[in-house]
Design a protein around this ligand. Structure first.
Ligand code: HEM
Length: 339
């Protein structure tokens, strides 16, 4: 197999529709391809093109030859690659395929649509997609099925976040097909980082479900601590992980500190203000409760309270544990593609 066919096949194998996009948008090609690069608006696209491009030049291909003869050669190779593809696929270099299905392209796409004000809704989306998982029968999980579940009462308001990510998805899909599950997982991590929280690496390659998950799997906001612990344990999470994940409520509209700053204020407020307090954020003289009943329920359980104290005192520990548990959350119930 010719070395110079590897990148094309590698990008094709990670996403069939990528095959010719990656090839034609390479920045260091002749005029024909240069035009295509100019048209590509998202930063991620050019980087994708450049990454394929640098692999090509490292491998010493003949593409730098200019003039009609080289463009004829390129066309001839397009045709030859297309014909030979089915025979060459088994010999694809998988590590190159993994590089081309690149997190930075997804992250760039997400960054182009995400603002601090939208971060909380996007992070909540992660829990509502992944949180349907149940170890017992392996149902639910991080599979993008949330896009079929937006009409459920527990998902009210999430349509807005899906709409925002749909915009990013359209741009990213032009470079490399991204699954909803990968996109949401990366977007949640970006949302946390954007608000000053920990940087979270996200593994890629989740496959989307084509239907909705079973309903009734997410926690109701009336649950007490014992029921929350039971429900989370069915999803593979300990009491400590329940507490650290609940720390996500530090951003958003529930009244814990700044809605756009990811820090350990959530835990400090839970410790300082027991039992439930009110804030005047609701306007019209109406007082809104700070936090949910489930947030306060955590303070009534000794095991959970111990973790609330730890995270209230040590933000770095909260960040470390949140990062680890977020990774576990976005991997729960996921099916992974094989190439
Ligand atoms: C422990 C059980 C949980 C319950 C009962 C719960 C329930 C809720 C509810 C009812 C809201 C308010 C939605 C609204 O204002 O319209 C909310 C907001 C939110 N939830 Fe949870 N949640 C839980 C755990 C989690 C977890 C594990 C995460 C993420 C890791 C998360 C992330 C968020 C975020 C970021 C918001 C703020 C959304 C916004 O203001 O736009 N929640 N949650």
């Amino acid at each position: 197999m010719e070395l110079n066919s590897i990148p094309y096949i590698a990008s094709w194998s990670s996403s069939s529709s990528c095959f010719y996009y990656s090839y034609s948008r390479c920045a260091c090609r002749g005029t024909r391809d240069g035009k295509l690069v100019t048209k590509a608006s998202a930063a991620g696209r050019k980087r994708a093109a450049d990454s394929v491009c640098s692999q090509l030049s490292e491998q010493g291909t003949e593409d730098s030859i200019s003039g009609p003869r080289s463009s004829w050669r390129i066309r001839r190779r397009d045709l030859a690659s297309a014909i030979l593809l089915p025979f060459l696929i088994p010999r694809v270099n998988i590590s190159i395929a993994a590089e081309i299905y690149d997190a930075s392209i997804i992250r760039s796409g997400v960054r182009s649509v995400l603002t601090k004000g939208k971060a909380a809704g996007v992070l909540r989306l992660v829990f509502h997609d992944a949180g349907t998982f149940e170890i017992g029968d392996g149902s639910g999980g991080m599979n993008g099925s949330i896009i079929y579940e937006v009409d459920r009462p527990e998902n009210i308001g999430l349509n807005r976040s899906i709409k925002i990510l749909r915009k990013a998805k359209e741009g990213i899909d032009n470079v490399q097909k991204v699954s909803w599950a990968d996109l949401i997982a990366v977007a949640g991590a970006e949302a946390v980082a954007l608000c000053g929280g920990p940087e979270i690496p996200v593994r890629l390659g989740r496959v989307d479900s084509s239907s909705a998950d079973p309903s009734g799997k997410l926690p109701e906001e009336t649950l007490d601590a014992a029921s929350l612990k039971t429900l989370f344990s069915k999803k593979g999470f300990s009491a400590q992980e329940l507490v650290v994940l609940s720390g996500a409520h530090t951003i958003g509209g529930k009244g814990f500190g700044s809605p756009v700053v990811f820090d350990n204020t959530y835990f400090k407020v839970l410790l300082d203000n027991r039992p439930p307090q009110t804030s005047s954020k609701a306007g019209n003289g109406m007082a809104a409760m700070v936090g949910l009943r489930t947030d306060w329920a955590l303070t009534e359980d000794d095991e959970c309270l111990r973790w609330i104290r730890i995270y209230a005192e040590d933000q770095a520990r909260f960040f470390d544990d949140f990062r680890d548990t977020y990774i576990k959350l976005v991997d729960s119930g996921a099916s992974w593609r094989t190439a």
